[in-house]
Design a protein around this ligand. Structure first.
Ligand SMILES: [Zn+2]
Length: 274
């Protein structure tokens, strides 16, 4: 499934795998002038190429190497001879996607991308009249970048935003590193976020501040309950509730308990005892 929309000079492609009439998860790719920011999922590849017909794609920038951001790298690079730019730590996985072992749910929703040839992105990128700062961010994946255009006050966030109140943490994420990168990003003047999950977030600076406030509060509540002697499982139930469908569908990859444990481990230097 693929839907196309526009926002100012951007064309936005929202896509996901259709399972019958149901699309379990969406991801967005953004075309600005001749540059595509991320390439979505291979399951929507045929529709995506057809939607791109008549457009110029000279360049792809990957915010990071995850399979739902690089899924059509190969076919677009082949079709348009497009250069691919990414952070150097993402490049080995973009070249060899099967070096990342996907979970079953990831294979079903996104699948492995084909390998593509990327080169290291510089600190600044010019896209037509737009000048982007490339910002290396942490906590979601290795080699993740955000793109900031100071005149438009635009921030392309990849998977660093994904909504204000996240109650799960991926097993390969780090809550404190993510919070620290988001705090750095919040120093920028931001009007609009372009989020891989949520699409265009108008009032993005406020949304980012709300997310930081939520994360700081959650962190301090977790630490305070732990100091009062509450076990991690009970802290989870009190603040986030029991594990739910997300945990079971993803084979435990997205977990409320992991969020609690990750914060306690960062604070105390070891995983807490249940
Ligand atoms: Zn990701």
């Amino acid at each position: 499934m693929l839907k196309t929309s526009t926002y100012e000079d951007l064309t936005i492609y929202k896509m996901g795998r259709s399972i019958g009439k149901f699309v379990p998860y969406f991801v967005h790719a953004f075309l600005l002038e001749d540059t595509l920011i991320d390439t979505g999922t291979g399951f929507a590849g045929v529709e995506f190429l057809s939607a791109l017909k008549g457009k110029k794609v000279n360049r792809i920038i990957n915010t990071h190497y995850h399979e739902d951001h690089t899924g059509n790298n190969h076919r677009i690079q082949q079709t348009y001879s497009a250069a691919i730019l990414a952070h150097r730590d993402s490049i080995p996985y973009i070249s060899h996607p099967r070096n990342v072992k996907l979970k079953l749910y990831q294979k079903h929703i996104w699948d492995y991308p084909d390998g593509s040839k990327a080169t290291e992105i510089e600190d600044f990128v010019v896209i037509g009249p737009y000048q982007f700062q490339v910002i290396h961010v942490h906590g979601h994946s290795a080699g993740h970048i955000c793109l900031y255009e100071p005149h438009k006050k635009w921030l392309f966030t990849g998977d660093m935003f994904c909504g204000v109140r996240n109650i799960y943490l991926r097993r390969d994420e780090d809550f404190d590193r993510m919070l620290s990168s988001l705090e750095d990003l919040s120093m920028l003047k931001i009007d609009t976020l372009f989020c891989s999950l949520k699409g265009v977030v108008v009032g993005g600076g406020n949304a980012l501040s709300e997310k930081i406030k939520y994360m700081r509060n959650l962190r301090s509540e977790i630490l305070s309950l732990h100091q009062k002697g509450m076990p991690p499982g009970k802290i989870r139930n009190k603040l986030l509730g029991r594990e739910d469908l997300m945990f079971y569908v993803t084979g435990g990859h997205f977990s409320k308990q992991f969020l609690i444990n990750n914060i306690l481990a960062s604070q105390y230097g070891k995983a807490p005892v249940e």
